[in-house]
Design a protein around this ligand. Structure first.
Ligand SMILES: [Zn+2]
Ligand SMILES: [Zn+2]
Length: 351
């Protein structure tokens, strides 16, 4: 429902009116003292106040406007919240602004050289439509931020991967207050705070960050298992990292080889962590068909292949936070990309 109308040729916004002014306007319209029109179609505008107390305009009863899409009370409420924050923050603010592209911006605001649009999208909209409409706003020279209600089933489609060109943020309902909330970088923000942060330039996009390095730090874990051959309990060690090194499930990558070579070296040097572990050896594996580094049983010398390690032991024990571990430093012959952080929206401190 529109917040904007044309009063004697000048645009006005219902949200700016005090209760008293609103009643005055209602009387003036009733008595035909003033001319009040809707910008969408030029039809006469009437005053209404929603159940939640939001002042707004409506078309003549029964009139179907081709240019105005019906809005829910929720939509109207969100638009009001956004409008009030923008005004409060000292931005020149407008509602239902008709852009050169033909888009009607829910809330438009500008300050200095910055022009921002907030769009509330509660009805389903495909990702492609988001992109098309965003392109229009880009051509209009504004930065549009979208607050949308994601369809539960496939909301992941909207965020994978996050996109700097498309600032869309999902509205979630807070179970306690049943207010809308927005999650940015694992922080839940109220709509008010979110809008404030956008205006302050505190919602930023960070691209995926990787560092190229030849010296890496790797965690090495130790776990107990049973030797497949002699059935005795033995310790095995393995390097593990979520963040880097291309771990191959079969055979061994160059980086993995370098890591294992370092583990074997430390064991030969007598580092205590490896004392109760069978010798780490470079041996031929029938499964893989080539030589690589592996654990062996300290009692019978049986090979504990990496295939078994990666499929059986690691998935089973890696969640155990008490698993003994040490950090080792490994020098690689070629630099590798070390993953630092993923591409995402985040909140920066106020300048
Ligand atoms: Zn209209
Ligand atoms: Zn054994």
């Amino acid at each position: 429902m529109p917040f904007k109308a044309i009063l004697n040729g000048k645009p006005i916004i219902s949200l700016d009116f005090t209760d008293q002014e609103w009643e005055q306007l209602r009387n003036d319209v009733k008595k035909g003292k003033v001319e009040l029109k809707l910008p969408c179609c030029g039809g006469p505008a009437y005053l209404r106040t929603s159940k939640l107390g939001t002042k707004h305009f409506v078309h003549k009863r029964g009139h179907r406007c081709k240019n105005w899409k019906p809005e829910s009370l929720e939509h109207m409420r969100l638009k009001e919240i956004i409008y009030r924050v923008c005004v409060q923050e000292g931005w020149e603010t407008d509602v239902e602004r008709i852009m050169p592209s033909g888009e009607i911006a829910d809330v438009y605001c500008e300050k200095d050289s910055r022009k921002i649009v907030f769009e509330v999208q509660l009805s389903y909209q495909t990702l492609n439509t988001f992109r098309e409409r965003q392109k229009k706003y880009i051509n209009d020279g504004v930065r549009a931020y979208w607050l949308f209600k994601p369809p539960k089933r496939d909301s992941y489609i909207y965020f994978n991967p996050p996109n700097k060109q498309l600032p869309i943020f999902a509205l979630e309902i807070d179970k306690n207050s049943s207010d809308f909330q927005i999650e940015v970088a694992s922080t839940m923000l109220s709509v008010e705070t979110f809008v404030k942060y956008v205006l302050e330039g505190r919602i930023r996009f960070k691209d995926r960050v990787v560092h190229r390095k030849t010296k890496i730090i790797v965690d090495v874990y130790k776990a107990a298992t049973k030797c497949w051959k002699c059935k005795r309990v033995i310790n095995v060690v393995f390097p593990y990292s979520d963040e880097y090194v291309s771990w191959s499930w079969f055979g061994m990558s160059k980086e993995e080889e370098a890591i294992w070579r370092q583990i074997a070296k430390l064991q030969r040097q007598g580092v205590r962590f490896f004392a109760n572990v069978g010798p780490i050896k470079y041996r031929y594996s029938k499964t893989v068909g080539e030589k690589y580094w592996m654990n062996t049983c300290k009692y019978c010398g049986a090979k504990i292949g990496n295939f078994f390690l990666k499929h059986e032991i690691i998935p089973e024990v890696i969640e155990d936070e008490y698993l003994p571990q040490i950090k080792i430093e490994v020098k690689l012959s070629h630099p590798i990309d070390i993953f630092v952080s993923e591409a995402k929206w985040y909140i920066v401190e106020k300048k």
